[in-house]
Ligand binder design. Structure first.
Ligand code: AMP
Length: 474
């Protein structure tokens, strides 16, 4: 089983457009807005009522889609995907959307999340004769659809979705319709928007984050609900629950780190959540200091909240180079902390002689924080007080966020004082889980998953843990 899926975590962005003559162009623009959710590969599948057209490749959206490539994507409907993965299975075969021709016609799917029972489903399917091309969990869904005895795609899809466990926000495309669905816990986001076109026509759009709607001029309407399936086709739009919603477990890390602050995610502004995290962090862990400095970009919104609440000036004393991709040059050992220096550079005259509150969203392995703190001190800071806008990450995510194995999570193996010593901060403090809950407005329908901070998983993850243990044994 250990060889079946190289990859347990996929951070991705998905988009779907129905009813626009420039559907592929709109999907392409939306993928630009979702680029932060994945930079490994990008793809779009369009449909013109009769046929689907597929274009995908490795790299950033701007690299994959030249005007000539986009010109091949005909039709009024399209889905798109941008994907991040760690090393191991980063091959073109795993680039999404997956497109196939089967007994339900030509279909394509793009997935954000992680199906936790995919290995078992795949083993069953392979035993029954299915042939897999990729090592991604998403391919399982297409096989389940193809094997279903239901005659319609939506019927087959409903049947397939009921067999899946874990996290999935899915967008499907058929020759003449778009179908989207969210898992019953609602781990990963998916929003619905629309564009008013001339002649009273309406174009429906779906995206992982609403920043994609802003770019293409669409209006955000609401969330695709957990356990909901939406079909948009020639007969209009239908919304149905394919399964009752279960205990809601929306990924809190979307608000802490992953989503863009200009997005509305799970019906709540990410910027508002982050600023509140910063304010509550200032109240919970105040410190005497001269300036508040964010680690860009992830710490900016929380640092603004912290600075405002504490009445300490906010200074952008670390400048990020946004244009660095991956580098193939390994520097000689004399160039220390090369990786971080490529991305960040300190502003010496802001830091010299200053007591600094350094704000970031999270510490995962601790190595980045240590390099940044060393950099800030080398630029003349007198004291460095690290403040983190969420609790220590103590457990891996099985629902689509790329966290390393428990053995590599510094928070899983060390207490806060040990972490402070490791990252070489004068003081270190994290936001409590109670304050995190308050910051993201955990109430009513807006309930979150905190498994990475508590180790309490909202679904049965024993198959995933077994998979990891098997892999570790070799
Ligand atoms: P480290 O503690 O060295 O592992 O790195 C912490 C940094 O990684 C913080 O600045 C976070 O913003 C960032 N980070 C946290 N989670 C992730 C993730 N899933 N993918 C990429 N970067 C992340």
């Amino acid at each position: 089983m250990s060889e079946v899926f190289d990859k347990l975590h996929e951070e991705c962005g998905v988009v779907a457009i129905y009813g626009h003559k420039e559907a592929a162009n709109l999907a392409y623009l939306s993928l630009h807005a979702l680029q932060h959710r994945g930079q490994e590969s990008a793809g779009i599948v369009s449909a013109d009522g009769k046929q689907t057209h597929v274009q995908k490749g490795m790299g950033h959206v701007a690299d994959v889609f030249t005007p000539a490539v986009l010109g091949e994507l005909h039709g009024n409907l399209a889905i798109g995907h941008t994907r991040y993965s760690t090393a191991g299975d980063s091959g073109p075969l795993n680039a999404q959307p997956f497109a196939v021709t089967c007994n339900k016609g030509q279909i394509a799917v793009a997935h954000n999340g992680n199906i936790t029972n995919a290995a078992e489903l795949r083993a069953d399917l392979e035993a029954a004769g299915s042939i897999f091309q990729a090592s991604s969990d998403t391919e399982v869904i297409l096989h389940l659809i193809a094997l279903s005895r239901e005659r319609t795609l939506s019927g087959a899809l409903r049947e397939a979705l009921l067999q899946l466990e874990g996290a999935f926000s899915l967008v499907f495309l058929a020759e003449d319709r778009i179908i989207v669905a969210r898992d019953p816990h609602g781990f990963r986001p998916l929003s619905l928007g629309q564009m008013e076109l001339s002649g009273g026509h309406v174009c429906s759009v779906f995206a992982s984050e609403t920043c994609a709607f802003d770019l293409i001029g669409a209006t955000y309407l609401n969330e695709v609900e957990p356990g909901e399936m939406i079909i948009v086709g020639p007969e209009g739009m239908t919304r149905e629950r394919y399964t009752p919603a279960r205990n809601r477990a929306q990924c809190v890390f979307e608000h802490v780190y992953f989503s863009r602050p200009d997005s509305i995610v799970f019906g709540r502004s990410v910027q508002e959540s982050r600023e509140k995290m910063g304010r509550l962090l200032a109240r919970e862990h105040p410190v005497e200091a001269d300036i508040v400095v964010p680690v860009p970009d992830s710490g900016v919104a929380a640092a603004l909240g912290y600075a405002d609440e504490a009445g300490i000036p906010f200074r952008q004393a670390l400048i990020r180079n946004h244009y660095v991709g991956r580098t193939f040059i390994e520097p000689s050992q004399t160039i220390r902390d090369f990786g971080v220096k490529l991305k960040l550079n300190p502003v010496r005259n802001l830091l010299e002689g200053k007591r600094v509150v350094l704000v970031d969203d999270s510490i995962v392995r601790g190595t980045t924080s240590r390099k940044i703190i060393r950099m800030v001190r080398a630029a003349g800071a007198r004291e460095v007080h690290m403040r983190i806008s969420c609790p220590p990450v103590i457990a891996p995510c099985f629902y689509g966020v790329d966290t390393p194995d428990k053995s590599e999570l510094i928070g899983a193996n060390h207490d806060v004082e040990e972490i402070r010593r490791f990252v070489e901060a004068d003081t270190l403090a994290y936001l409590s889980i109670e304050n995190l809950r308050e910051a993201v407005q955990d109430n009513g329908n807006r309930r979150y998953c905190y498994a990475c901070y508590t180790g309490e998983y909202p679904t049965d993850v024993t198959p995933m843990e077994a998979l990891i243990a098997a892999r570790r044994r070799g």
